[in-house]
Design a protein around this ligand. Structure first.
Ligand code: NAD
Length: 291
């Protein structure tokens, strides 16, 4: 396996271009096992969140792996229940405690609603204090980004990343241009279309996979990597973890890239601009339910 590429963010930090996502992996030991396995097969970047309820297991696996802290990139995300300034400060401390870390590499505002200015202030201060190395946002559409930028939210500190839904069916063309203009790196959530079987059956992807003697998952991830996206596919199966990481020994041609660009449908599963999303999300995850 060739070594993992690294991308440089607008604050100078260098982030491994591929990581391992732990959304919906339970906190009954499964996250611990998955993260340990992921680190063992070579991942050095883990993407978790307060609302995944598994930060503690992520932290324990990192500790038990014996890998030096500075060799692993850890991302977590603040849930929107905690966007009041005082709550936001506490949320950051709670993540540090749960992860058992002295600093978090990247912390994101998980959802772009509510008191973003208060939460962002707490994030900027935590970054200045060295508790967080890089800060960013998630699920910001062009409309949402533009609204907050016009209100001056990012005048002092620009987000380093915007983590959004992205896969060959939803290539976020308008957002990619906007983020490039602002020097913000895009991270792709659901890079495998969350296992969408229609995507995996696409004849074009299957024929490219056959040509390189690779599986379709690798072709999708390789495409996204060549598009400059940071990706963190999820699997609890060790052989898939390994396969998904091993995408640095082949390169898609510009014709193949154009062909896959043509699969874009311009629409994802989740629309952050839709009415009622904030309320729906607040109901879906109560991060204080066990307190
Ligand atoms: P994903 O696109 O990584 O797909 C995961 C599914 O694909 C798994 O259930 C698995 O069954 C299947 N899969 C994995 N490898 C495969 C392979 N090689 N071949 C065939 N099938 C394969 O979906 P995801 O987990 O939702 O997204 C990845 C990460 O993105 C998450 O774990 C999380 O860290 C992050 N995320 C962030 C947000 C956000 O709002 N910021 C939302 C969703 C996910």
């Amino acid at each position: 396996m060739k070594s993992i590429s690294v991308f440089q963010l607008n604050d100078g930090s260098k982030i491994p271009a591929i990581g391992f996502g732990v959304f919906q992996i339970p906190n009954d030991g499964a996250t611990y096992d998955a993260v340990l396995n992921a680190l063992e097969v070579g991942y050095r970047h883990i993407d978790t969140a307060v609302a995944y309820f598994n930060e503690e297991e992520v932290g324990k696996a990192i500790k038990d792996s014996g890998i030096p802290r500075n060799e692993i990139w850890v991302t977590s995300k603040m849930w929107l229940q905690d966007y009041d300034y005082v709550d936001a400060k506490q949320a950051i401390e709670r993540s540090l405690t749960k992860l058992g870390l002295e600093y978090i590499d990247l912390y994101l505002l998980h959802q772009p609603y509510g008191k973003l200015a208060e939460a962002w202030k707490a994030m900027v201060e935590a970054k200045a204090a060295g508790k967080i190395r890089s800060i960013g946002v998630s699920n910001m559409t062009p409309k949402i980004w533009t609204k907050w930028q016009q209100q001056g939210l990012f005048d002092d500190v620009l987000p380093s990343v915007n983590q959004v839904e992205y896969n060959p069916y939803f290539q976020q063309k308008e957002l990619r241009q906007l983020m490039a203009d602002n020097q913000v790196t895009l991270e792709a959530w659901g890079p495998l279309g969350q296992g969408n079987s229609e995507l995996f059956s696409e004849p074009l992807l299957q024929s490219i996979a056959a040509k390189y003697d690779k599986n379709v998952g690798k072709v999708i991830l390789r495409f996204e990597h060549q598009e400059g996206m940071i990706i963190f596919p999820k699997s609890v199966r060790k052989e898939r973890m390994q396969s998904n990481l091993d995408i640095f020994d082949f390169q898609l041609t510009s014709d193949e890239m154009d062909g896959i660009r043509g699969l874009d449908r311009g629409q994802g599963r989740h629309n952050p601009d839709a009415p009622g999303v904030q309320e729906m999300l607040l109901q879906a995850f109560d991060v204080h339910k066990n307190e």
